[in-house]
Ligand binder design. Sequence first.
Ligand SMILES: CC(C)(COP(=O)(O)OP(=O)(O)OC[C@H]1O[C@@H](n2cnc3c(N)ncnc32)[C@H](O)[C@@H]1OP(=O)(O)O)[C@@H](O)C(=O)NCCC(=O)NCCS
Length: 197
Amino acid sequence: MVSFLVLAWLGQVNVTMNQKNGLWEITLLRPRDIPLVMPIERATFSDPWPEKGYRRHLQAPTSYYLALWHCTEGQRDLIGYGGGMIYPPEAHLANIAIEKNWRGDGLGSLLLLSFLLGVSRRGATQVVYLDVRQANLTAQDVYSRWHFTPIGVRHRYYRDGEDAIVMARYHLVLADLQAELAGQWSYVLRQTSAAAE
Ligand SMILES: CC(C)(COP(=O)(O)OP(=O)(O)OC[C@H]1O[C@@H](n2cnc3c(N)ncnc32)[C@H](O)[C@@H]1OP(=O)(O)O)[C@@H](O)C(=O)NCCC(=O)NCCS
């Protein structure tokens, strides 16, 4: 049986879930976490952002980035991160990644929903945009699951000439997002505790 504890502090998306095979934590991504982001970033993207790009992004007052941690006795590993910019009533998701050994258990969705909840609490209630590579059907499927729809194409948007699909989720309702996020925590805990048995 999974037991869990939720701590939500002062409107921050700062959540801890306790599970028999470890503890999950979602925090704001801080500049001191960037060295842990870089190995995942380089292993994940063909055109990784440089460390200084992340530092610049995190310093911007409009920036909102989250980190997903897995903690076991004596160890705390960054296993995912994601975020972007808030321009109320809009936000833009610039980047999201889950370390490859942890994909497929609902964690990417968890981070995405945490981002949506966080930005909507900060005023981005009208629309959240994102760009995704045309060939990245895995990410597009995850975004579609959470009510993003394709609204356009940016031709040759990426350095290698690939097009970007622009996707948007409109009308972010706090209560809907809270329910989606609570459901997703349950999904993740079921998936990851089954895997540990
Ligand atoms: C895109 C990415 C972040 C998704 O992370 P993830 O942890 O694998 O995502 P999820 O586990 O939430 O979703 C993946 C699968 O779980 C399923 N899933 C997630 N939540 C679910 C739920 N509540 N109920 C049922 N299925 C669920 C999804 O439908 C999906 O299934 P599918 O592979 O059969 O389509 C990850 O693949 C990644 O890091 N990719 C490389 C970086 C990248 O492409 N980033 C996006 C740039 S725009």
